[in-house]
Design a protein around this ligand. Sequence first.
Ligand SMILES: *[C@@H]1O[C@H](CO)[C@@H](O)[C@H](O)[C@H]1NC(C)=O
Ligand SMILES: *[C@@H]1O[C@H](CO)[C@@H](O)[C@H](O)[C@H]1NC(C)=O
Ligand SMILES: *[C@@H]1O[C@H](CO)[C@@H](O)[C@H](O)[C@H]1NC(C)=O
Ligand SMILES: *[C@@H]1O[C@H](CO)[C@@H](O)[C@H](O)[C@H]1NC(C)=O
Length: 491
Amino acid sequence: MEQRRENIVMFPFMAQGHIIPFLALALKIEQRENYSITFVNTPQNINKLRPSLPPNSSIRLLEIPFCSSDHGLPPDSENTDGLPYHLMIHLLEGSSSLKPSFTKLISTLIDEQNGHPPLCIVADIFLGWTVDVAHQFGIFHALFSGAGGFGLACYHSIWSNLPHRKTDSDEFLLPDFPEAGSLHLTQLTSTMAAANGTDPWSVFQGGNLPKWPSSDGLLFNTVEELDQIGLLYFRQKIGKPIWPIGPILLSIDNRDRAGKEAGITPEFCTQWLNTKPLNSVLYISFGSQNTISAKQMMQLATAVEASGKNFIWVVRPPLGFDINSEFKADEWLPEGFKQRMEDQNRGLLVHRWAPQVKILSHHAISAFLSHCGWNSVLESLSQGVPMIGWAMGAEQFYNVKLLEEKIGVCVEVARGVSFEVRHGDIVEKIELVMNGTEKGKEMRRKACEVREMIRDAVKDEDGFKGSSVTAMDEFLNAALLMRKKKQMGAE
Ligand SMILES: *[C@@H]1O[C@H](CO)[C@@H](O)[C@H](O)[C@H]1NC(C)=O
Ligand SMILES: *[C@@H]1O[C@H](CO)[C@@H](O)[C@H](O)[C@H]1NC(C)=O
Ligand SMILES: *[C@@H]1O[C@H](CO)[C@@H](O)[C@H](O)[C@H]1NC(C)=O
Ligand SMILES: *[C@@H]1O[C@H](CO)[C@@H](O)[C@H](O)[C@H]1NC(C)=O
């Protein structure tokens, strides 16, 4: 008899920053011969995803209906992409309305397989309610966090305790996570800063976070050796297995995401970088969802020019303009900046999208000025590139804290879009990392150490299994064990 492939159902929250890591994980698990994947999301997201699947993939995409206008959202808003920030809470709240359809979907999957349920449901950390559905059918449930352990630990602790509400000081400790060190009000997102326990975000988190300990374990897109403090927080808090299985990165640079106007081809990028000396280029990108203010953009451009460094800068219209509209260099950058940089062959201004992995892996790259979203962090560290941190939101402020204070591969330059950033300060940070200072050399040395740490974690050869490979084995074994116990119980 042919061996049945065990089905794993995957369900990310409706945001590109969540869907992409889930897809990366799905493709990774698919490489293990005994598993099939069912990928669940709302119709628009599934349609958007379809062209990104490699042709040889057997991942099954299933839609579940969602009516955005039922939840105070504009029609056809099924993704945080392009959604104004203040509406994101409606998408979060609305996502729990998917419970009945998701339950039905699981029930149909079981019927299709003659009563044989999926091996496991892997769901988003924002979809804590899925644990009830899984356990209703006796299915193993795991949460998957695309964020790192430390960043998510701070995030979890802040929402669980609202520590800034219990002090008059601008600085505070996290009561259940003092190991993180002190935080400052400027390291809170606007919704966190405003939270008082009864606002919609607090109410959402108050419903979601307490579900986590009911799950059968937590998968993290991180590396054990890199992220021990944060992982320990969850081991103690959740009391369930924590599996750091990263870095799981989508190796195909997905050009489709940026549409037809996508900035430059990977080939052009490589050719340009080939003309630059070793460790001489600064790469600047704030991630696909963010931009800075017009004032900050001027300061950053002035700094980049004053630093004398080569650069690749992924530019988007500043705050207040449509992020997907045309970039007006004459208006948003210092007068003549673009022309001067072109004349000197010093920099590439790339519109909206750049082949980031390709760029970071080039030996000409010296540092990455980044919003420090966890995917960017993993991509940078996987190539041993030190960072200049400018967090924009979510848990990015804590990623910067981890990278700067605990790991030593980053210096922080600014926080968010209202930060009064001065070009002189930016130049100072750029020179610190790129001008061969002791500190800069130390950062690069550590980043290379971390690169080796990451390579070891994913190694699976000659009987040696790295920590991430072992964690993935343990996760799958835990799910199989629960299945076996159930079958024995039924006999
Ligand atoms: C897949 O399942 C078969 C049969 O149960 C087993 O012999 C084999 O070792 C499994 N392969 C992997 C990679 O787990
Ligand atoms: C699909 O092809 C890619 C590239 O050749 C390979 O790495 C991957 O393992 C394949 N996936 C499956 C499910 O066969
Ligand atoms: C909490 O904040 C909300 C606004 O987000 C406000 O309506 C409410 O009155 C506040 N509650 C308390 C107890 O301050
Ligand atoms: C840093 O290096 C640049 C050249 O890349 C040079 O122009 C600048 O003067 C240096 N700054 C310091 C403080 O040495």
